[in-house]
Design a binder for this molecule. Structure first.
Ligand code: AMP
Length: 224
């Protein structure tokens, strides 16, 4: 199964992707996570990306596409993957198509998670992320058991991402509208777009995704 998410920041693509990963036994490839890791380690890529990330802007297409290509050809992605955060521009969508063509592969579905803007702002402003395992919490609707601490067995420290502040959130949503939302039409034309209502509990949204995926003709069986 090869999936992409076309979904604004805060729509739950990371959370839903993590569940799909278990269900289909495939890996999630998050360009945001890879960049954050590089930023933390202070690599050349991390230094290049830092300015864009902190401002809520997109890292230039050439940089991110080269990074994605290097990653996706690794053996662990050959049985399938869930792309979280890529593609975000038409350039990237075309590049992905070419990369997959070279590998003789095709995408099975583009999951479009639909969540109203106000809800996205609320979710992102109250989001806290575990520094150790990456799990996310919502301070009001899904708080950790202990303040600032990830639940057992991780117990990592929770922090607010540098780009989860009010001003940067608004910019990220604007960037999504401008650069990424036009891709919805692009993937509708290729016939693989699946529209999912992203409101409701994590379980409810996940069930919608699972049912939609079961309805498409794929070669991978859903684990019972
Ligand atoms: P995310 O965790 O997916 O919200 O990504 C965090 C940040 O990483 C984004 O706001 C961008 O600055 C950068 N980023 C991640 N994926 C991409 C991409 N496909 N194209 C450009 N920038 C990206």
């Amino acid at each position: 199964m090869r999936l992409i998410f076309l979904a604004p920041p805060g729509s739950g693509k990371g959370t839903q992707g993590a569940r799909l990963m278990k269900e289909y036994n495939i890996l999630q490839l998050s360009t945001g996570d890879i960049l954050r890791e590089n930023k933390k380690r202070g690599t050349k890529l991390g230094k290049e990306a830092r300015y864009y990330m902190d401002a809520g802007e997109l890292v230039p297409d050439e940089i991110i596409t080269a990074m994605l290509k290097e990653e996706i050809i690794k053996p662990e992605y050959q049985t399938g993957f869930i792309l979280d955060g890529f593609p975000r521009t038409k350039f990237q969508a075309k590049a992905l198509e070419e990369i997959l063509e070279e590998m003789n592969l095709k995408l099975d579905a583009a999951i479009i998670l639909e969540v109203p803007k106000q809800e996205l702002i609320s979710r992102l402003s109250a989001r806290r992320t575990c520094r150790k395992c990456g799990k996310t919490y919502h301070l009001i609707f899904n708080p950790p058991q202990e303040p600032d601490t990830c639940d057992a067995p991780c117990f990592g420290h929770l922090f607010q991402r540098a780009d989860d502040t009010k001003e940067t959130i608004l910019n990220r949503l604007k960037v999504y509208e401008r650069n990424t939302s036009p891709l919805i039409e692009y993937f509708e034309e290729t016939g693989i777009a699946i529209h999912i209502n992203g409101l409701g509990s994590v379980d409810e949204v996940y069930d919608r995704i699972k049912h939609s995926l079961a309805a498409i003709n794929t070669h991978v069986e859903v684990k019972k």
